[in-house]
Design a protein around this ligand. Structure first.
Ligand code: ADP
Ligand code: MG
Length: 622
């Protein structure tokens, strides 16, 4: 009996899988219902939760609007914009900390910590409280007892630590993370842009306190981030500030400087300013008014949209500078961008829409609410992940590093473990011997330093390299993992364009246990591996020095004294004898000996090169 009950409780397959936009200013959740994603909201509400936490002396923490209201009376324990601190150290967030009334310190492991009342909180815990509130509100609105899991979005520029911190926050909230996806990708999914086969998309996201522009490419339904740019200190709050400054300037002769700086007063102007700003989105003019709570002072003024637009124009211009930067980083012109997606509450401002349209020369997508579109896309992705029908290719991370065996048996890692997929990496290689016309590639997966200790994924050969001296050929190797986890490795010799390519089976082939085992092994063998890798690298170096020396020794002999010449010979002989030795100290000594012995030879060769240059001879003729 007991077993049966337990099974039923643990089985979450019948529960909803939602999408969550965990924003800097606001957060919200959405669910795929009736064939499309919809924001989860209790009746009569917007579903938008301010990302604000207020920790109280006793009792449960407050989250959302109620927490934001505490900012006036309890600023020291009210945290806004905790997302800025996720996965960062104190040095990374100095500029954000400077304006906060609470005390911020660092853990031993270099993570930010915020002191509220008598306890220190990590950003993960505070974000966790926001996610917990979203979970509770969603369950209540949907009338379900729990969630199957959630897709959570993060900015495209979030690094591994920031993404991991987001996962940890979800753990605090008891939410199973189905996947972490990029906000611009989610916004594009909400518009179904994944279904347009291929193209370039610009996602312009102006939120409360941050601006992000992302250039994405879609290829066969797979998204790739080509470039991101932005300003972490620019957003709708700055539009509010323009109006706050206006009010303060006009009130300056009626209030003392202390009164003008009073937190209660500032919070009151801030709310009035935001109200006026939002009204100007719909109306050509509005009444900007406020009552100062303490003194009962009343103030009002009419402001037109035109005046507001003049005052924020330079802020909007700054976002376009970032767009220019992102385009140039991605090597694209505005004309090559096929779709523009507007994201973030501040893109409702008419001037912003106009400027973006002028800049790209094209109408941006505005059919969906810009402050909902990220959550909607996350919900669409969640639907796919739990077996829905919509055909969006999945993004994932690679469980283990991928690389190529180098000369000597070491591994050159091209894709680090935990990289989000799809992804592509290019790296340059060259030939090892003179007149080498082919290169064998051995693709391996794993964390160990030596190729032979990792798992072989495949081998292939690039042929048709024209004969040239060692190190002259320029071979570009490209690792590409598509959204299904299929790895394609392609190699191309640049001067002739000869190519070779291999497709490797999906990497999902490994079970979690296998991945765990391979990681465990790499930790256990770390020291041993390190030595083995050093030996392999040193032997490769010895080989290169031997060949270079042998090639030049004869020509340079007449410039060298007898002792030097003999020592070179002996050092080379020692190099040949080293054979299969795995003794690091011994191999290192031989390498050092060859280097020392051949130094005079290098000097002679340099002289020859210099003389040849003076005599106008070409290098190859020396
Ligand atoms: P974030 O992604 O930073 O969490 P949002 O996308 O929710 O933030 O954007 C919040 C910002 O959008 C706030 O500055 C808010 O004042 C602004 N905003 C919301 N609605 C409007 C509107 N109708 N007109 C102008 N600004 C708006
Ligand atoms: Mg946002």
């Amino acid at each position: 009996m007991g077993y049966v009950e337990l099974n039923v409780l643990n089985n979450t397959a019948h529960l909803p899988a939602i999408g969550i936009d965990l924003g800097t200013t606001n957060s919200l959740a959405a669910l795929w219902q009736d064939g499309r994603p919809q924001v989860i909201r209790a009746s009569g509400e917007t579903g938008i939760l301010p990302s604000v936490v207020n920790i109280r002396d006793e009792g449960e923490p407050l989250v959302g609007r109620v927490a934001r209201d505490q900012a006036v009376v309890d600023p020291e324990n009210t945290v806004f914009s905790v997302k800025r601190f996720m996965g960062r150290g104190l040095a990374d967030v100095a500029i954000d900390v400077a304006t906060q009334p609470y005390h911020v310190s660092e853990t031993e492991r270099g993570l930010v910590q915020i002191k509220l009342h008598d306890r220190k909180y990590t950003p993960q815990e505070l974000s966790g409280l926001i996610l917990l509130k979203i979970r509770q509100d969603s369950c209540r609105a949907l009338g379900v007892e729990g969630l199957r899991g959630a897709v959570i979005t993060v900015p495209a520029y979030f690094d591994d630590a920031q993404r991991q911190a987001t996962r940890d926050a979800a753990r605090f909230a008891g939410i199973e993370v189905l996947r972490i996806i990029n906000e611009p990708t989610a916004a594009s999914l909400a518009y179904g842009l994944d279904q347009r086969g291929e193209g370039k998309v610009a996602v312009y996201d102006l939120g409360g306190g941050t601006f992000d522009i992302s250039i994405l490419s879609i290829e066969e339904g797979v998204f790739q981030v080509l470039a991101t740019a932005g300003d972490t200190q620019l957003g709708g709050d700055d539009f509010d500030r323009v109006l706050i400054d206006l009010a303060r300037a006009e009130l300056a002769d009626r209030m003392s400087p202390q009164e003008l700086a009073d937190p209660g007063f500032l919070q009151a102007v801030r709310l009035s300013a935001e109200r006026a700003k939002i009204a100007l989105t719909h109306d050509p003019e509005t009444d900007f008014h406020m009552i100062v709570p303490e003194t009962g002072l009343r103030w009002h003024r009419t402001i037109t949209r035109e005046e507001f637009e003049q005052r924020i124009d330079s802020l909007v211009a700054r976002t376009l500078d970032a767009c220019r930067q992102a385009l140039s980083d991605s090597g694209l012109s505005t004309g090559e961008i096929e779709e523009i997606v507007l994201v973030g509450g501040s893109t409702r401002v008419p001037l912003v829409r106009r400027r973006v349209e002028e800049f790209f020369g094209k109408k941006p997508h505005t059919e969906l609410n810009p402050d909902e579109v990220v959550a909607l896309g996350a919900a669409a992705q969640a639907q796919v992940l739990v077996g829905g029908t919509r055909d969006i290719l999945l993004m994932d991370v690679t469980p283990l590093s991928l690389g190529l065996e180098t000369v000597g048996g070491a591994v050159a890692k091209l894709i680090e473990r935990n990289s989000t997929i799809p992804c592509s990496v290019n790296e340059g290689f060259t030939t090892y011997a003179d007149n080498q016309t082919g290169i064998d590639f051995h693709i391996v997966q794993g964390e160990r330093e030596l190729a032979s200790d990792n798992r072989t994924l495949g081998r292939f050969k690039l042929t048709g390299i024209p004969p040239m001296p060692a190190g002259m050929a320029r071979v570009t190797v490209r690792f590409h993992i598509d959204a299904n986890g299929v790895l394609t490795v392609a190699a191309r010799e640049e001067s002739t364009g000869s190519r070779a390519e291999i497709e490797v089976a999906p990497m999902h082939g490994l079970t979690d246990d296998e991945v765990e085992e391979m990681l465990q092994a790499s930790y256990e063998h770390a020291k041993e591996d390190f030595d083995a890798r050093r030996v392999a690298d040193l032997k490769a170096e010895i080989g290169t020095m031997q060949r270079a020396t042998e090639k030049n020794l004869e020509a340079a002999e007449r410039h060298l004294d007898k002792e030097t010449y003999e020592e070179i010979g002996e050092a080379l002989e020692a190099g040949r004898r080293i054979g299969s030795s795995t003794d690091l100290a011994e191999v290192q000594a031989v390498r050092d000996r060859i280097e020392a012995a051949t130094l005079p030879l290098a000097a002679v060769l340099m002289n020859d090169v210099a003389k040849a240059a003076v005599a106008g001879k070409k290098l190859e003729e020396i």
